[in-house]
Design a protein around this ligand. Structure first.
Ligand code: SAT
Ligand code: MN
Length: 606
């Protein structure tokens, strides 16, 4: 037998958790880092890591924002890589038609070879984290092993991380092991690059054993494994098995003029305005929005039969371009407090960040590729998927309930996508099953949040297409079945919204942003029974006069076009839905076919 490998730091574990200790040793022996660092999440550790990254010119300290940094990735490593994302269930059928699949043993063999020595010349950080409040009855622990200090800094913002977590884990708590390597080992004496990554990338999930293995990318969605990998893909499988939902949803608290409070969860694909809606400043008097989350909601029924939502995250990882004092002043206030990492935006000459959508550009910037940039430059200064990473507790309108491990009872669920045509501004589902149908057939034009072509219409069920950790047909059945677990009378009402419909000349028909409060108001009034709706073949849309447009600079024609249900457009949509549903074969719940049949019949009668 060979002597155990000695890696500096490996034995300085501030935990007696045998499974964790054994796993960290096993990974260190495989990946061969120069040293192991057990992260405590302290200020001192943050300073050490960010100082080191500044020394290595991976980060640039911003002079205009306290404790904040500018990062630039390799130009090839800028978004989630859906083609390289795998669900490695034992049974291929469990991954379903919407995921890439490889057998777990085969994937582990391929990736073990990649991990062999992959951390040479680097430090392996042990990052204990918790998704959701540490005070939860059953805290949801993960531990990420990574050779990227950028990931450590980002995880400290995005999750509850460090010594408190390890303490709470004790010696026997279960945790999701999350292994991450940028896949760029260094030979002795070899100079590092600013953004190490590999052309070979795998983002692999093992739902049966609840493990995550990521290789080759340092970009957020591929490397901050508590986020999409754990809190959506693995958590969705946990939710299937345990009777709850892990969803790609913002959570907001809405207070009306008479003090009535409603909680809304809303699912939109990446880069479709979840952060803006979560922090919206209503333009209509008397209405107030407070933020609970901007990306992920875990929802389960409470003892009272209501559906409660918790945001498992601790930070915001928002799309930068388009964010400014007009579109999202609360995000700007959050960022002004500092303590943030900005990735792939531009930097101003006086050491601040800048991106497209912030108004008049300065005469000179350093762009996301590190080049001189002027308003005459051919390319945008910031990558369209550039991101800010900032502590959610800095958000000035964070709701007090954010810290409550029980979450908030959801009154309404919104599904939304980015569609130029067909989909009205707002539609109310007739009931839960119809709402699930609306979610299951949700479609959106692709954005820069994922590698690939932008602007192509694709089905994105519940805005979860890249995040459902199992067979999407089973996922629809799980959604349908959830209704039985709750109290039917207390189920959230479901709505479908589209802020992005355009006129023939290409202009947006609806002003969006703060004006979306008017749609939220209609939603609340529908729940309270005070707003009128008209039945259409696709669901209920606002009756004339029921949507508050007072003081809005919007022509009656544009409003009518924004709300219009065009039977011909919908007839054209039907074959796409048939094709979509057919992909799931027997797994598609028959009630969804029945919903489609009902729609067809109503369109024929229209
Ligand atoms: O890139 S992330 O997955 O972290 C964000 C997103 O695409 O929604
Ligand atoms: Mn997202």
């Amino acid at each position: 037998m060979s002597a155990p490998v000695t890696v500096p730091g490996l034995d300085q574990a501030p935990t007696a958790h045998p499974k964790l200790l054994a796993w960290v040793r096993e990974v260190a022996e495989l990946t061969r880092p120069d040293r192991v660092v057990w992260c405590d999440g302290s200020e001192g550790e943050w300073r050490r890591i960010t100082d080191e990254l500044v020394d290595k010119q991976v980060l640039v300290r911003l002079r205009q924002k306290p404790n904040s940094f500018w990062a630039r990735t390799d130009p090839s490593d800028v978004a989630r890589v859906e083609e390289r994302t795998f669900i490695c269930s034992a049974d291929e059928a469990d991954a379903g038609p919407t995921n890439n699949w490889m057998a777990p043993a085969e994937m582990k063999q391929v990736m073990t070879e990649l991990y062999d020595g992959s951390m040479r010349g680097r430090t392996m950080y042990v990052v204990p984290f918790c998704m959701g409040p540490l005070t939860a009855e059953q805290p949801m622990f993960g531990v990420e092993l990574t050779d990227s200090p950028y990931v450590v800094a980002s995880m400290r913002i995005m999750t509850r991380m460090g010594a408190d977590v390890l303490d709470r884990m004790g010696a026997d708590a279960s945790f999701v092991p999350c292994l991450h390597s940028v896949g760029a080992p260094l030979a002795p004496g070899q100079d590092d690059v600013a953004w190490p990554c590999s052309d070979t990338k795998y983002i692999s999930h093992f739902p049966d054993s609840r493990e995550i293995w990521s290789y080759g990318s340092g970009y957020g969605g591929n490397s901050l494994l508590g986020k999409k990998c754990f809190s959506l893909r693995i958590a969705s499988v946990m939710g299937r098995d345990e009777g709850w939902l892990a969803e790609h949803m913002l959570i907001l608290k809405l207070t009306g003029p008479s003090g009535q409070v409603k909680y809304v969860a809303a699912a939109f694909p990446s880069a479709c305005g979840k952060t803006n809606l979560a922090m919206l400043e209503p333009t209509i008097p008397g209405w107030k929005v407070e933020t609970l989350g901007d990306d992920i909601a875990w929802m389960r029924f409470g003892a009272d039969g209501r559906l409660y939502a918790v945001n498992p995250e601790f930070g915001l990882f928002g799309v930068a371009p388009g964010t400014d004092w007009k579109t999202n002043p609360n995000a700007m206030r959050t960022l002004a407090k500092g303590n943030s990492v900005f990735t792939n935006v531009a930097m101003t000459d006086d050491g601040d960040v800048w991106w497209e959508g912030m108004g008049e550009p300065p005469a000179h910037l350093t762009d996301w590729k590190g080049r001189d940039w002027t308003p005459d430059s051919d390319e945008p200064s910031s990558h369209p998927n550039s991101r800010f990473c900032t502590p959610i507790e800095q958000c000035p309108i964070l709701a007090d309930e954010y810290a409550d491990p029980r979450g908030v009872p959801i009154d309404a669920i919104l599904f939304g996508g980015r569609r130029k045509t067909t989909i009205p501004l707002v539609t109310e589902a007739r009931d839960w099953t119809h709402g699930v149908y609306l979610g299951a057939t949700l479609s959106s034009e692709t954005t820069a949040a994922a590698a690939g072509k932008v602007g192509v219409v694709r089905r994105d069920p519940m805005a979860m297409l890249p995040f459902i950790g199992y067979n999407a047909g089973d996922y629809f059945a799980h959604w349908i079945g959830m209704a039985k677990a709750g109290d039917a009378a207390k189920l959230p009402r479901i709505f479908y919204v589209n802020w992005f419909r355009r006129g023939d000349d290409g202009r947006f028909l609806w002003p969006g942003f703060g004006e979306n409060a008017r749609v939220l108001k209609w939603v609340v009034e529908r729940i309270e029974g005070t707003a009128a709706a008209v039945e259409t073949p696709i669901g209920r849309v606002p009756a004339p006069g029921s949507l508050d447009v007072e003081g809005l600079d919007l022509t009656a024609e544009d409003l009518a076009l924004a709300l219009r249900v065009d039977a011909d457009e919908w007839r054209a949509e039907v074959p796409q839905v048939v094709e979509w549903f057919e992909r799931f074969g027997d797994k598609l719940p028959s009630v969804l076919w029945a919903e489609l049949d009902g729609l067809k019949a109503r369109l024929d009668a229209a």
